[in-house]
Design a protein around this ligand. Structure first.
Ligand code: CO8
Length: 260
C-alpha cells in the first residue's frame, strides 16, 4: 500500500505513537480546508491501525495553530458556510478511539485552541498562548470552543475568554483545566513524546475504553455514567490483556500486552 502524501502536515510513527505535525509555517498553521482534511484523514488512519496506541499532535514552536484560516473564510456567504459545513469534519476527530496527546507551543487561538480542547491530554510549553479571539472578527468559536471550553474550564472562564477574546498564558490555562501539564518550552517535545509513548505502551483495549468512559462523563448524568463505568469495567474482563495484566501483577513481572 502506498503511503498517502500530505501537503500541510508531516506524519510519522514510531514506538506505537502516530505523530501528526501541522506544517503551514507561513500561515502559523492556520487550519484551511486542506489542512483540516489532512489532519482528520491522518488521525483516522492512525486510529484504524492496530500498531498505533496513541496519536501525538503538534504544531511549530511559534504556533500550534492560529485558528481557522481567516483568508479562506473572508469572502464566504452564510449559504456557502452552511453548505460546506467545514467544521463538521472535526466530529470524526473527536470520535477517534485512540487517545490523542496535543503538544502545544506558541499560539493556540480560535480553531487552534479548539483543536487542543479536542485532545485527551494537553501538554503545553510555558510560552503557549490560548485564546478564542473570534469575537474580534465578528463571529464566535465554530469548532466546539463554546461547548468544550465551558465544560473543561467552567462558565465564568469560558464567558471571559469568548466574550472578551483575551488570551491566557499556559499557567492560567492549566489552572483553568484546559491543560494537563505545563513544561518548559524546550522540554515540550520530549515530554509530549514520553506521555504519548507511555499511553501507547498500555493495553490498547483498556486505553480505548478508558478514553470512551471519561469522555462519557461530559455527556451523561452521574448515575448513568457510573453504570457505564461498571459495565465497561466488567467488559474488559473479556480481554486477554486483563488476564495478562493481573497475572503479571501476581507474578511480579511486567505485563506483555497483546492489545486484545
Ligand atoms: N488565518 C489565516 N492566516 C493567518 C491566521 C489565520 N487564523 N493567523 C495568522 N495568519 C497569517 C498572517 O496573516 C500572516 O500572513 P502574511 O504574512 O501573509 O500576512 C502570517 O500568518 C503571520 O502572522 P502575523 O504576521 O499576524 O504574525 P504575528 O506574530 O504578528 O501575530 C497572531 C500572530 C497574534 C497569532 C496573529 O497572526 C493573529 O491574531 N492571528 C489570527 C488569530 C485569530 O483570530 N484566530 C481565530 C480565527 S477564526 C477561528 O479559528 C474560528 C473558526 C470558527 C469560525 C466559525 C464559522 C462557522
Amino acid at each position: 500500500m502506498t503511503e498517502p502524501t500530505y501537503a500541510t502536515i508531516k506524519v510519522s510513527s514510531a514506538k506505537r505513537v502516530g505523530r501528526i505535525q501541522l506544517n503551514r509555517p507561513a500561515a502559523l498553521n492556520a487550519l484551511d480546508e486542506r489542512t483540516m482534511d489532512e489532519v482528520v484523514a491522518a488521525a483516522t488512519a492512525f486510529d484504524a491501525d492496530d500498531s498505533v496506541g496513541a496519536i501525538l499532535l503538534a504544531g511549530s514552536q511559534k504556533a500550534f495553530a492560529a485558528g481557522a484560516d481567516i483568508k479562506e473564510m473572508v469572502d464566504k456567504s452564510a449559504a456557502e458556510m452552511r453548505a460546506a459545513d467545514w467544521f463538521r469534519r472535526w466530529e470524526d476527530f473527536a470520535a477517534l478511539r485512540t487517545p490523542v496527546v496535543a503538544a502545544v507551543s506558541g499560539y493556540a487561538l480560535g480553531g487552534g485552541c479548539e483543536l487542543a480542547l479536542m485532545a485527551d491530554v494537553v501538554i503545553a510549553g510555558s510560552g503557549a498562548t490560548f485564546g478564542q479571539p473570534e469575537i474580534n472578527l465578528g463571529v464566535i468559536p465554530g469548532m466546539g470552543g463554546s461547548q468544550r471550553l465551558a465544560r473543561s474550564a467552567g462558565k465564568a472562564k469560558a464567558m471571559d475568554m469568548i466574550l472578551t477574546g483575551r488570551h491566557v498564558d499556559a499557567a492560567e490555562a492549566e489552572r483553568m483545566g484546559m491543560v494537563s501539564r505545563v513544561v518548559e518550552d524546550g522540554e515540550l517535545e520530549a515530554e509530549a513524546k514520553t506521555v504519548a509513548e507511555l499511553i501507547a505502551s498500555k493495553s490498547k483495549p483498556a486505553t480505548q475504553v478508558a478514553k470512551e468512559t471519561v469522555a462519557a462523563a461530559f455527556e451523561t448524568p452521574l448515575q448513568q455514567g457510573l453504570l457505564l463505568e461498571r459495565r465497561q469495567f466488567h467488559a474488559l474482563f473479556s480481554t486477554e490483556d486483563q488476564a495478562e495484566g493481573m497475572a503479571a501483577f501476581q507474578e511480579k513481572r511486567k505485563p506483555r500486552w497483546q492489545h486484545r
